[in-house]
Design a protein around this ligand. Structure first.
Ligand code: DC
Length: 219
């Protein structure tokens, strides 16, 4: 198979991670969850009792930590923090970390290094616009905020968190706003990305839609 790089961007809860992971699985190529990297930095800052809005704190943390990613796990300084980065507290603070220019520079550097010269499916907010501008395929997934909040609610309830839908809609709207209006690499559809509205689609339908568009020369 020829080298293939696929960028999947979109707001929280649009189905990116589930779809990207499954596409990587089916194509037998690397999956990289870039949101997990910003979450990992956020978790470390919060676990030290520090502020996610202090750029000095963020710089220190990013310079001190050694981050390692596998398709399903995130390790910081050798410790598996894959579950710890998915808590509501991390979700509520991660946008502040993701808007910091120094954090972004370092994370993008690492993302490019991991992707290197191999086939990859990467999901995030700025993959098509910034991290892999030459990706072979670019998809931008969207869904209504109500549908995205429902998806988050069911994910969280499986983990034992019972959070009202209204609270989650509010959180998602706030996060979208912060992610789209920040100065550095805001969430934005790349001009050459294919937009997929997943509101009324099943995961399997989204995966099918994407795979159909991937040229047969790559498969
Ligand atoms: O996809 P997620 O919810 O795990 O992302 C967590 C946060 O990180 C989200 O607020 C947006 C930010 N993010 C980003 O700015 N750039 C990326 N490439 C991936 C995520």
């Amino acid at each position: 198979m020829k080298k293939i790089q696929i960028a999947i961007d979109g707001p929280a809860g649009s189905g990116k991670s589930t779809v990207a992971k499954e596409i990587a699985n089916r194509l037998n190529i690397l999956y990289l969850d870039t949101g997990a990297m910003y979450r990992a930095v956020t978790y470390i800052v919060l676990s030290r009792g520090q502020s996610a809005q202090d750029s000095e704190v963020l710089k220190n943390v990013v310079d001190q930590i050694e981050m390692e990613l596998t398709p399903n796990h995130v390790f910081v300084n050798g410790k598996d923090i894959s579950d710890a980065i998915r808590t509501p507290n991390v979700s509520q603070n991660v946008s502040f970390v993701a808007m910091d220019a120094y954090v972004r520079e370092k994370m993008v550097e690492l993302q490019k290094k991991i992707a290197g010269d191999q086939s990859v499916v990467m999901d995030g907010r700025d993959i098509a616009t910034h991290v892999l501008p030459d990706a072979d395929f670019k998809f931008f997934l969207v869904a209504s905020s109500e549908e995205r909040a429902k998806r988050r609610q069911s994910e969280l309830s499986q983990k034992g968190y019972d959070i009202p839908l209204e609270t989650l809609i509010d959180e998602i709207d706030k996060r979208d706003k912060l992610d789209s209006e920040r100065e550095v690499s805001p969430l934005r559809q790349a001009d050459d990305a294919i937009r997929v509205d997943t509101t009324k689609m099943t995961i399997e339908e989204v995966i099918g839609f994407i795979l159909e568009r991937i040229d047969s020369e790559f498969l």
